[in-house]
Design a binder for this molecule. Structure first.
Ligand code: NAD
Length: 283
């Protein structure tokens, strides 16, 4: 069959930030298996290169790994130059770098009367630099790479941007205000940019994964000594109608839909992939 299928990613060139991480590493391998060339960008150059090597060996696709800090314009510009040299440009940008930090996390969910004399355990004691780092990593770390890597997509009148949001974006989760605010900003920015770029045939969408057990949330969801679920981990499972945590593979169908021509008239949306968490009122 000669006709190009709308799901076809052959000859597509993908940039994926945070590409050495758990979720984006899986997405990068999947897109390479579907025929795309991939540029893995990560703060850790070593892990980015390792991942690229693994992909080029196992998927037989062109893959490069580049150390890049999504919060640093010079670093993104340098990565852009390397990508142009290796691939001649890019068709798809996935903004995957992100995460939370224990320092931007309150110790308690609610301020009880007993906490009044010890407000440092609450919102009032949060380390403002840690708060800013988490907010910036998730929001500015999406905005800045988009400014740099999507510019040529507009010039070519063809491209796709995929952002990674979270369940926090719809209703904030307790204890993690910086991460919640940043992911809510991503939804708003996704819609804003989709409109701004629509006449240039560049689409902008997002996925909002539910709860996956990964390095950034393991400390909140499981006990480090016993690996048993914490009270918060159990609460999440009972609020997830499908009654399990997600896996990176659960995200792949929606990713392929949003980055390929299967969704060529879809822009400005956020797809929840959450086992029903965002639909469930609890009763
Ligand atoms: P992860 O920690 O495995 O991956 C994140 C990657 O980003 C790491 O490889 C890290 O080195 C890289 N990174 C961190 N700071 C960077 C920077 N300044 N510049 C470039 N790279 C940087 O986390 P993950 O769970 O795979 O998360 C991937 C994305 O999915 C994040 O945006 C996260 O917020 C989002 N997400 C995760 C979950 C979950 O349950 N794990 C749920 C919803 C959304």
């Amino acid at each position: 069959m000669n006709a190009q299928m709308p799901s076809d990613l052959n000859n597509k060139r993908v940039i994926i930030t945070g590409g050495a991480g758990i979720i984006c590493g899986e997405i990068a391998t999947f897109l390479a298996q579907a025929g795309a060339s991939v540029a893995i960008l990560d703060l850790s150059a070593e892990r980015a290169e390792q991942k690229a090597l693994e992909i080029s060996k196992t998927c037989n696709q062109k893959a490069i790994g580049i150390g890049c800090n999504v919060l640093d314009k010079k670093s993104c510009d340098a990565a852009n130059d390397k990508i142009k040299e290796a691939f001649g440009g890019a068709d798809i940008l996935i903004n995957g770098a992100g995460g939370n930090s224990p320092k931007a996390t309150t110790a308690c969910e609610f301020i009880a009367d007993a906490d009044i004399d010890n407000l440092d355990q609450t919102f009032f004691g949060l380390d403002i630099d840690a708060f800013r780092n988490v907010f910036d990593l998730n929001f500015m770390g999406t905005l800045l790479p988009t400014m740099i890597f999507a510019r040529s997509m507009v010039q070519n009148k063809d491209g796709v941007v995929l952002n990674i949001s979270s369940m926090n974006s719809y209703r904030p989760l307790t204890r993690i205000p910086a991460y919640s605010a940043a992911k809510a900003s991503i939804n708003n920015f996704t819609a804003w940019l989709a409109v701004h770029l629509a006449k240039q045939n560049v689409r902008v969408n997002a996925i909002a994964p539910g709860f996956l057990l990964t390095n950034q949330n393991r400390f909140l969801l499981t006990d480090p000594n016993t690996a048993e679920l914490t009270a918060r981990g159990s609460k999440i499972l009972s609020a997830t109608p499908m009654n399990r945590f997600g896996t990176p593979e659960d995200l792949l169908g929606a990713v392929k839909f949003l980055v390929s021509d299967m969704s060529k008239f879809v822009t400005g949306i956020v797809i929840p992939i959450d086992g029903g968490f965002s639909a469930y009122s609890g009763v």
